[in-house]
Design a protein around this ligand. Structure first.
Ligand SMILES: C[S@@+](CC[C@H](N)C(=O)[O-])C[C@H]1O[C@@H](n2cnc3c(N)ncnc32)[C@H](O)[C@@H]1O
Ligand SMILES: [Zn+2]
Length: 316
């Protein structure tokens, strides 16, 4: 991963309020714009990193963020290794698409290291281990909380990075948690250089997770249209109808018995449903997928309403 100092030295950081450069002086982070509120009041520093957030237009609250020193408001425990492997067959979609993204970027950056941004990257996403271990990629990551795998705290609704500053963007399991996905998608487009590549994967038929911080779902077509100013390289389901059904059993049992542990037990009993995803017809499965993905290249020519009707790749 790039060091925070490298982002400063390369003038990549901008004010999320007004877009002026961000300056660090005597440990304080301020906007260089003469009339900006963040020129007077510095950005908070939490867990040693700046929170480059326009708090007036964010679900984040500056005082609360300072009080918890940038810690996540949501508990981030994952089930233990063996249990996780049983319930979640390895995600092969993300590594395949990210490898393709890097291969395409490398032919274009001609020797320059590709710069890839991870939006909502507080944890290393499923199947992204190889990307994080790749010493030839300049990785930037941020999230709404401070984490050892991010360089700063930020909000995807106003990404504090300069226009056209990255070659690739990864946004995995994040767009359901933002209030305005179209705004976040247009920020992704803004920070990508012309011809830059996005990989997004997002839930479709998944129950609420992360409690109060869960807002939206996407069909495969809706997800593709969110990235309307991108040319499609590939898209489809990440986890299919079997996984969606296992989640439904879990949450049905929770609701019926008023017990989360009993829901988890039911999920374990039906673990095999997730493993059926690979056997299912892809067209029917995408209509009932647990999550969908889109890999695409930024373009000047957006698709329109009739293009998205032609795009439909389900089974009806
Ligand atoms: C389900 S987690 C996925 C995390 C990681 N991408 C992964 O796949 O392991 C959703 C993430 O979105 C982040 N998030 C929520 N709202 C956000 C926002 N407005 N801007 C950036 N990240 C956000 C959350 O903090 C959380 O880390
Ligand atoms: Zn500013």
């Amino acid at each position: 991963m790039l060091a925070l100092d490298a982002l400063v030295d390369q003038d990549l950081l901008i004010c999320p309020r007004c877009g002026s450069p961000v300056r660090r002086e005597d440990g304080e982070w301020r906007c260089a714009g003469a009339h900006c509120v963040y020129a007077q009041d510095p950005f908070p520093v939490v867990a040693g990193v700046p929170a480059l957030v326009d708090f007036e237009h964010s679900v984040l609250d500056a005082d609360r963020l300072r009080a918890v020193q940038g810690a996540s408001e949501v508990s981030r425990s994952r089930s233990a290794g063996l249990l996780r492997r049983l319930l979640h067959p390895a995600n092969t979609t993300a590594p395949r698409n990210v490898a393709r993204m890097l291969e395409l970027l490398r032919t274009e950056t001609r020797g320059r290291r590709p710069r890839v941004l991870v939006v909502g990257g507080g944890t290393v996403g499923d199947g992204l281990e190889a990307l994080y271990a790749d010493p030839t990629v300049d990785l930037i990551a941020f999230d709404v909380y401070a984490s050892p795998v991010t360089q700063f705290v930020g909000d995807g609704h106003s990404v504090p990075l300069a226009d056209a500053s990255v070659d690739g963007v990864i946004v995995q399991a994040v767009l359901e948690h933002v209030l305005e996905p179209t705004v976040v998608a247009s920020q992704i487009e803004r920070v990508l250089r012309p011809g830059g590549i996005v990989y997004a994967d997002t839930p479709f038929l998944q129950q609420v997770h992360e409690g109060a911080y869960d807002f939206t779902r996407f069909t495969d077509s809706g997800h593709r249209f969110l990235f309307r100013r991108f040319e499609r390289i590939d898209s489809g389901s990440v986890a299919g109808a079997g996984t969606a059904l296992r989640w439904s059993v879990d949450h049905f049992v929770r609701a019926l018995t008023r017990s989360v542990p009993l829901g988890r037990v039911a999920s374990l009993v039906f673990f095999w449903l997730s493993w059926t995803d690979r056997l299912l017809d892809q067209r029917h499965s995408v209509d009932a997928a647990s999550s969908v993905f889109f890999l695409g290249r930024k373009t000047e020519e957006p698709i329109n309403g009739s293009d998205i009707i032609d795009y439909y790749q389900g089974g009806m």
